[in-house]
Ligand binder design. Structure first.
Ligand SMILES: [Fe+2]
Ligand SMILES: [Fe+2]
Ligand SMILES: [Fe+2]
Ligand SMILES: [Fe+2]
Length: 404
């Protein structure tokens, strides 16, 4: 059965407002949460935050008071949706536990999208980025055991492996080299636009999270690691947002945002095992459908175009959280030594890269290296989850390989 979001009606906008009782959701059980349910919650929070911030930016450039009021109304609904979604997160989870879940999202969401992306240049951008968040997961997992004496396996389960990716120390590139070429809005597959928006929103939320939670720590190594990886998440937002064609009109962008919300709530509704969470995905899907219709009306009125010209005629295959271990191992084996030069990718460290590396590191080891050294000193080894055998890159194997 095909689902065409442009013909489904959903819940009328004037019936979408919820009272305090309806906003007061029961959170996920911290002891029994399905890691991928938590991943879906994190993605949808990132998507709702992007929809709010996008709407604010659009309103700031909008001279028409009637449209401004309409944007304000929908944005209020989006803000309620964001509260409901993010308040599902299991309470009493530590910041580091949530951080590890954020990196798990970055790994398994980006890997899945890379696998599905039809455009080779865009696919390369996701394959490049995913190996970096994969490495962040490993660094934070080691910090987690050191600071909280807990294991990342409790958070990610055996769904996502934890081992070195492209080393965090080389993610610090010259900002010029983080700007990619955009897709062409007229010729690109509509699915590619949704992919770019989704990954950009997830990275943006991670950037915001680290910049706010980093200073909560007392331990110098934790404070320093959040500074270092926080800087990289900003690079990642630059990397992914530059894929989007800047020639899209505001109306077109609004329609793409609402369509993407429909796509993701629909995707997650079809795979959610937790019935209470599934009901929220379904409710929000029905809200987004009407929000999409309203955005389409604005596009027809102000852009003089039919939304069908820019949107996929039916929803693409659902975005799915599932293990991507084999694919990631393949990328580790083939792309770990890549860096960027201008809008492209190279294997050699070039001059601009080397200069920035010298400036930012001086002759000190960054926190991402020291956290592993400290873990080795205190625990006699490093923390990894290698469920599929030793690391695919020989130089990154440990003498004692296998999971502890
Ligand atoms: Fe929304
Ligand atoms: Fe990351
Ligand atoms: Fe990232
Ligand atoms: Fe929306």
């Amino acid at each position: 059965m095909t689902f065409n979001p442009l013909v489904e009606k959903g819940i009328p906008l004037d019936r979408q407002l919820r009272n305090w009782r309806e906003l007061d959701v029961e959170p996920l059980d911290p002891d029994a949460v399905d890691p991928y349910t938590r991943c879906r919650v994190i993605v949808m929070n990132g998507i709702e935050i992007e929809s709010i911030m996008f709407s604010h930016h659009m309103a700031r450039t909008c001279p028409d008071p009637e449209v401004k009021r309409q944007l304000a109304y929908t944005r209020y609904i989006e803000a309620q949706q964001q509260k409901v979604v993010n308040w599902l997160l299991p309470p009493i989870a530590s910041t580091l536990e949530t951080t590890i879940a954020y990196e798990q999202v970055a790994v398994d969401l980006t890997a899945w999208i890379a696998r599905m992306e039809p455009d080779p240049y865009l696919k390369q951008a996701y394959e490049f980025g995913v190996l970096e968040d994969f490495d962040h997961l490993y660094r934070y997992a080691n910090l987690f055991e050191m600071i909280e004496r807990r294991k990342a396996r409790k958070v990610v389960d055996d769904l996502t492996e934890v081992m070195p990716g492209r080393p965090t120390t080389v993610h610090h590139r010259h900002p010029y080299d983080n700007v990619r070429d955009p897709y062409d809005r007229n010729t690109v597959d509509p699915l590619s636009k949704l992919h770019a928006l989704t990954v950009m929103s997830a990275e943006q939320q991670t950037m915001n999270f680290y910049m706010n939670v980093g200073p909560q720590y007392m331990e110098p190594i934790a404070r320093q690691l959040y500074v270092e990886i926080g800087m990289i998440e900003q690079e990642h937002v630059t990397h992914y947002e530059s894929l989007v064609d800047p020639g899209e009109t505001w109306w077109e962008r609004l329609v793409n945002h609402e369509y993407n919300e429909v796509y993701l709530y629909h995707s997650f509704m079809t795979q959610e095992p937790d019935p209470k969470v599934k009901a929220i995905w379904e409710l929000h899907l029905n809200m987004e459908l009407a929000q999409l219709q309203a955005a389409c009306d604005l596009m027809r009125r102000f852009d003089g175009r039919e939304p069908e010209e820019v949107l996929a005629p039916q929803l693409p295959v659902p975005v799915t959280f599932e293990p991507n271990k084999e694919y990631l191992r393949h990328l580790l084996g083939t792309q770990i030594d890549l860096t960027t030069l201008g809008a492209g990718y190279v294997r050699e460290a070039h001059e601009r890269f080397e200069r920035l590396q010298e400036q930012i590191h001086g002759d000190e080891k960054p926190a991402s290296e020291r956290v592993i050294d400290m873990h080795r000193e205190r625990f006699g080894g490093e923390y990894r989850i290698e469920t599929e055998g030793p690391h695919p890159v020989e130089s990154l194997r440990r003498p004692e390989d296998g999971d502890r």
